[in-house]
Design a protein around this ligand. Structure first.
Ligand SMILES: Cc1ncc(C[n+]2csc(CCOP(=O)(O)OP(=O)(O)O)c2C)c(N)n1
Ligand SMILES: [Mg+2]
Length: 260
């Protein structure tokens, strides 16, 4: 199934420019809401045919991995919890397109999409989900704890990704590395004190950190408005500039805004 996606992509790319098919398309996109910024990303972006195929393949494969994992979970072959990310694939592919392999992502338990985008193979992801030694964490982590050199979890403790990513950003600055850390967290975790403590240090020491709030409106069954005084998560860093990228929008929009 996954090989077929790669094969299709290779076929399309080998075809080169085709009569009647555009090699790139220009999109007008909605402006991001801004916090602490005078200007945001441009409202026009170009997507090339090659990028569109590469990232469409990546996103559809992320979805397929999730679908297969769901089947395995329902067969009781995956132990513990399984958190998938249907509809969030563009976010993972878009951020990945804007960063480099030397940058570091710190993910929540909704991790397989980030892992796949970072270059962990399908076999390593599903192997880890199944607790096999072929998994990317040698089967010791399970579905919530995928790790690699540039992916610091899969973390089960919500909110903990933010101080962890801040520490990674500190190490990058201390070691004079030209990289960034991307800490992801859900909107349900966004009210925790540790997040604001980490924001404070990151701003004070000017660390190369991006804080990425995946707002899927619910934390388990609790709607964001019920527990959150301000649902403008992009402005919650106060002195840290923020952007709100429209959820579930297409890859190029996320990529465009992330690279900004
Ligand atoms: C520190 C901590 N408290 C509670 C939990 C239990 N818990 C698991 S998922 C979850 C909700 C998280 O919601 P959100 O941050 O919006 O992430 P989402 O699952 O929507 O991606 C909670 C409270 C936890 N894992 N860690
Ligand atoms: Mg949520």
């Amino acid at each position: 199934m996954f090989a077929r996606g790669k094969e299709l992509q290779r076929m399309f790319l080998q075809c080169g420019p085709r009569r009647g098919f555009a090699n790139k398309a220009v999109f007008d996109i909605e402006p991001c809401q801004l916090h602490g910024l005078e200007t945001g990303p441009s409202t026009r972006t170009t997507l090339t045919r090659t990028d569109a195929l590469t990232y469409f393949t990546m996103m559809s494969e992320m979805r397929e991995i999730g679908n297969v994992a769901n089947i395995l979970f329902n067969q009781n072959l995956i132990r513990g919890f399984l958190h998938l990310c249907p509809g969030m694939e563009a976010v993972r592919a878009g951020v990945e397109a804007a960063i480099t392999q030397e940058d570091i992502v710190v993910g929540t338990y909704r991790i397989h999409g980030w892992a796949y985008a970072r270059g962990i193979t399908v076999e390593q992801i599903l192997g880890e989900f199944l607790g096999k030694s072929t998994g990317c964490s040698k089967g010791k982590g399970g579905a919530m704890h995928l790790y690699s050199k540039n992916l610091f979890g899969g973390n089960g403790i919500i909110g903990a990704t933010v101080p962890l990513g801040t520490g990674v950003g500190f190490a990058m600055k201390y070691n004079k590395k030209p990289n960034v850390s991307v800490s992801t967290y859900g909107e349900g975790a966004a009210n925790q004190g540790q997040i604001f403590e980490a924001f404070n240090m990151a701003k004070l020491w000017n660390l190369p950190c991006i804080y990425h709030c995946d707002n899927n409106v619910y934390s388990i069954s609790t709607k964001a408005e019920r527990v959150t005084a301000s649902t403008d998560f992009y402005s919650r860093g106060d002195y840290i500039p923020g952007l709100m990228i429209i959820p579930l929008s297409m890859f190029s929009y996320v990529y465009h805004s992330s690279s900004f």
